[in-house]
Write a protein of this length. Structure first.
Length: 549
């Protein structure tokens, strides 16, 4: 800094003319001119310099000048989550996503265990509840019809397990149900490949259109003149063949009461989305990072699979070194070969231990992130945790599984049970002139993820005080109250009655008292046991020979 002749502080410039220090800065004429420029001109100037890599904020216009001549700006970092380098590696199309999902399910142990856990735990043994009907015999016949024609014939439990696997793996299930008009029942349930199903939803409407994109191998079979496929082609309706041979998608019916139809069970939180979202999609980045770490470690291990030999000999001539090299080569090919030298030889092996990456912490982090994204913990997957330590997580998972069970139950009743009841005319009058369909309810056995002893104890106390009906308690254990009532009525006054033995004891007790007073049972017992009966004492107040009054 320096003072001019008026005593004011001025700037000092270096040899290049740039300003190196200042104090009490004043607005320069150039800055005043910039402030007077239109906003559009300033914006254009900034845009022109936005991509420059240098940042010389103050630069002199020429020798002896202290005015601001140019302004260079650094380009700001632009961020968009879908344009990041790691995001560009992830799949975009539905078919490619499903390919990744199936790959990681089959090859990553954490993902496979989480999917299997979500698949198997919610689906326990199923049973049908007797339909609520005024005619009990009719209700029993309908229940037996559904057990034989639906549950057993369709193998409903196996189908629900397949639904659960597909639901938690891809986030969507497309069941196709085949209808038999003669028997008026479903004959088969098929899960279609989500890659081949096209779904369209229309806003402001509940209408849904679904089409099947026939796979190329099926098209080749239908167009093949080989007589081996003649029977297959003959059993396919002509209208379907017309669509396939012209390369068109096959439209599928979605109305369950119209016969064969397709439906959708989606893991979807937004109703306007056409498909559900798989849980694995949220951990794709972690799976890619984990895969790259393992690939890098594998590459290092492959390069150092065989240890390297570091052999040194100090102060030896070239001939001795060549001799040592030949002896080393012989020893590597012949383990019994002995190396003889009159000088010090150091032989060291260099393995892969010191070259491998320390990635265990990163792998543990990836596994934890993957399990969190899949909604589970390590203790639940391995079964090594305690109930108290996982109480909160177990309750959350239990509620999710109950919600998933309800979703499956609603699908079975709306797409399987109700259409059968409608076509077979299983209905009764509800008392208001309306027909009410009669069909059984689907129930799962109770989930054993959490301990409900305290809750059941409180419910039983309410029942004991008369504040709760027994049907509520039975339903908590997934026991059919109607069936229980029917069986109790059947067992009443039989040996299966829990109080029947008490009744027999009371009858025997009363008969014993009557036999003692009205028979000589007491005399016979006394004679058998060689006892002498005492004479009866007269009542007080009665004299000899007097009969009382």
């Amino acid at each position: 800094m320096a003072k001019n002749k008026n005593g004011k502080m001025v700037t000092r410039k270096g040899s290049s003319g740039n300003v190196v220090g200042s104090a009490n800065l004043k607005v320069t004429p150039v800055q005043q001119q910039i402030s007077k420029l239109p906003k559009q001109a300033v914006t254009a100037n900034v845009a022109n310099f936005a991509n420059r890599k240098t940042a010389n904020l103050f630069q002199s216009a020429g020798p002896g000048s202290n005015t601001l001549s140019d302004i260079n700006f650094l380009a700001p970092d632009y961020y968009h989550p879908e344009l990041q380098p790691d995001q560009l590696l992830l799949p975009k199309s539905r078919r490619e996503k499903n390919l990744w999902i199936r790959h990681f399910y089959e090859n990553d142990p954490v993902v496979g265990s989480c999917i299997d856990f979500h698949t198997e735990v919610p689906i326990s043994m199923i049973r049908l509840v007797t339909p609520d009907c005024k005619d009990h015999d009719k209700a029993k016949d309908i229940l037996r019809f559904y057990e034989d024609k639906v549950v057993e014939k369709l193998e409903l439990l196996d189908r629900l397990l397949e639904f659960s696997h597909e639901f938690h793996l891809f986030g969507v299930v497309h069941p196709f149900l085949e209808w038999d008009d003669e028997q008026k029942i479903w004959t088969n349930i098929i899960i279609l490949d989500p890659n081949d199903v096209i779904t369209r939803k229309f806003p402001f409407s509940n209408n849904v259109e679904m089409e099947l994109q026939v796979p190329p191998d099926i098209i080749n079979i239908l167009n093949n003149p080989d007589p081996r496929f003649a029977d297959i082609v003959a059993n396919i309706p002509s209208e379907i063949l017309e669509f396939v041979r012209h390369g068109k998608n096959l439209p599928l019916d979605t109305n369950p009461y119209a016969g064969s139809h397709i439906s959708q069970i989606a893991r979807r939180r937004s109703p306007y989305r056409n498909l559900g979202t798989a849980q694995i999609e949220r951990v794709f980045k972690n799976l890619v990072y984990k895969d790259r770490l393992q690939n890098a470690q594998q590459a290092i291990a492959d390069r150092n699979m065989s240890p390297k030999h570091l052999i040194t000999a100090v102060d030896v001539n070239e001939d001795s070194l060549d001799n040592l090299r030949e002896q080393v080569e012989f020893s590597l090919s012949d383990p019994d070969f002995a190396i003889i030298a009159n000088y010090d030889v150091n032989w060291n092996l260099i393995g892969a231990n010191e070259r491998l990456l320390q990635i265990q912490g990163d792998l543990d982090y990836c596994d934890k992130q993957i399990m969190t994204g899949m909604g589970l913990t390590e203790s639940l997957i391995t079964g090594e945790g305690t109930f108290g330590g996982n109480y909160m997580n177990i309750n959350i998972i239990n509620e999710r599984y109950l919600l998933f069970r309800s979703q499956l139950t609603n699908w079975v009743e709306n797409h399987v049970f109700k259409p059968i009841a409608y076509h077979n005319e299983f209905y009764e009058d509800d008392g208001r002139g309306n027909r009410r369909l009669i069909y059984p309810k689907l129930q799962f056995n109770r989930l054993n993820l959490r301990d409900n002893t305290e809750a059941f104890g409180n419910l039983f106390n309410l029942y004991s005080k008369g504040s709760l009906d027994v049907s509520t308690i039975l339903e908590m254990f997934h026991i059919d109250p109607i069936e229980v009532k029917r069986r109790l009525e059947k067992d009443m006054f039989t040996v299966n009655d829990p109080v029947f033995n008490d009744l027999i004891r009371s009858i025997y007790s009363e008969l014993g008292r009557n036999m003692v007073g009205e028979t000589d049972l007491l005399d016979k017992i006394a004679k058998y046991m060689r006892l002498r009966l005492k004479p009866e004492e007269p009542e007080p107040g009665a004299g000899p020979g007097e009969g009382g009054l």
